[in-house]
Design a protein around this ligand. Structure first.
Ligand code: RNT
Ligand code: ZN
Length: 420
């Protein structure tokens, strides 16, 4: 599509939205404010660069597919991330897991240090990117039982406590060096496949482990902690130690964030609905934007009602700066770089859609008790030319409009990925 056509379509769209009292220019400048934290682990199927292969047994995670071209080292992963970022409009963040350190000899997870992440730091600095971070309490022989921070065996708990402590220090190092807080998110696979006989025991161990982990305090300019719950996982079907209630209670009392993963709740539960509930009291929230299908929580994000409703809640929040957005999915059955682009662009497009809804009319109708009018406005808004505004935004950020990014991914696949 030529630039002039995108321009013309936009001008027409601006006029159409204008007739409904919607200011597209304002929506476009609002959209600039949203940053996504792009998860590095989509690029290599959550393998990382440790000397031993990651094994998912007991980990609660499973990656399926064997599409060719996955990144095999840090240089390839960074190259792929750069490609993806060049197709996503706006300035975003990158989210690392600890297994993506660069190690020149075998280093155990309780010995990870900032030095192992210097390569990432320098790369981020050169591109003016900020980094977020995650401890990796899975895919390791000491996690094979599926119990880490809540393991009844003291030496195993100690190992994982030390690991998470190292990871918080690394996140704070990113925060300090890049002059922006780094979010450290903690998800653990802990749970039981079958009916627990002593739920209290595991939860008390997890509580005590967290107390030890958070003993070291950091300024929130450097580090923000978040805790991610799950309803169930593979191997933890009957019981999850770090449930939503567990972490929500902990986070509220201790001034931490909860991380809400869109794939981690019962399908009829709405994460969108939780934002305004938690933020009445809670300080901040991290979102793991994902797409759950049946038991799997990590499908590539595309626009659907869940995402659209989430975006509506975010743009309508009086405190959107308290809601941190991160992607979280992994699919090894398709071009992995394209999967990043598709997910990130879908989130941004849903945010734009939400910014362009006729909120005044909708809210007025609701307050007047006129449900029919409220719903009719929503229905009508489906026919507004969102795509024209989105394409204009993309081009203004030197990224391709919606019908052209896929060709760039195919070209990258031919030139780079298929050579691996
Ligand atoms: C797992 C959690 C967690 C992971 C990443 C790799 O169910 O969603 O966030 O996806 O840490
Ligand atoms: Zn997650």
């Amino acid at each position: 599509m030529e630039l002039t056509l995108v321009d013309r379509r936009y001008r027409q769209a601006r006029e159409i939205y204008g007739e409904f009292g919607i200011d597209t220019e304002k929506a476009l400048s609002e959209l600039e404010k949203f940053q996504l934290s792009i998860h590095c682990w989509q690029g290599d199927d959550v393998q990382g660069f440790e000397w031993q292969e990651i094994s998912f047994g007991g980990s609660g995670l499973q990656v399926t597919g064997n599409y060719p071209g996955r990144a095999r080292n840090a240089a390839e992963l960074r190259q792929d991330l750069e490609k993806a970022l060049s197709l996503i409009p706006g300035r975003h963040r990158v989210n690392l897991h600890s297994i993506y350190g660069e190690f020149d000899r075998p280093v155990e997870r309780n010995e990870y240090e900032p030095a192992h992440f210097r390569g990432w730091l320098e790369w981020a600095r050169s591109l003016n990117l900020k980094l977020d971070f995650n401890a990796t309490c899975f895919g390791h022989p000491r996690a094979a039982s599926g119990l880490t921070l809540s393991n009844p065996r003291k030496e195993i708990r100690k190992f994982w406590v030390e690991h998470v402590k190292c990871c918080r220090r690394i996140a704070a190092y990113f925060g300090r060096e890049l002059k922006s807080y780094s979010i450290h998110n903690l998800w653990i696979p802990d749970g039981l496949k079958d009916i627990p006989s002593d739920r209290w025991l595991y939860r008390e161990y997890l509580y005590l482990s967290l107390e030890e982990i958070f003993e070291q305090e950091f300024s929130s300019n450097l580090l923000k902690d978040s805790l991610e719950s799950k309803l169930f996982g593979i191997g933890s079907e009957a019981f999850v130690v770090g449930s939503h209630e567990f972490y929500l209670a902990y986070a509220l009392k201790k001034g931490k964030m909860v991380c809400l993963d869109l794939g981690h709740f019962h399908p009829t539960e709405s994460v969108a609905d939780k934002l305004s509930a938690i933020l009445q009291v809670g300080q901040e929230i991290l979102l793991h934007i994902s797409r759950g299908i049946h038991w799997d929580s990590d499908h590539v994000v595309i626009s659907n009602d869940d995402l659209d409703t989430l975006a509506e809640e975010i743009v309508n929040s009086p405190c959107p700066e308290k809601i941190h957005l991160a992607l979280d999915y992994f699919d090894a059955s398709m071009n992995r770089v394209g999967a990043w682009v598709l997910g990130a662009r879908s989130v941004l497009r849903s945010l734009l859609r939400a910014l362009l809804l006729p909120w005044e009319a909708i809210k007025q109708a609701e307050l007047a008790g006129d449900s029919l009018t409220k719903l009719s406005w929503r229905q009508l808004s489906r026919d507004l030319p969102l795509g024209a505004v989105w394409d204009f935004y993309c081009l203004n950020h030197n990224t391709p409009p919606e019908n052209l990014w896929l060709a760039e991914i195919k070209d990258y696949e031919d030139r780079v990925l298929s050579q691996r």
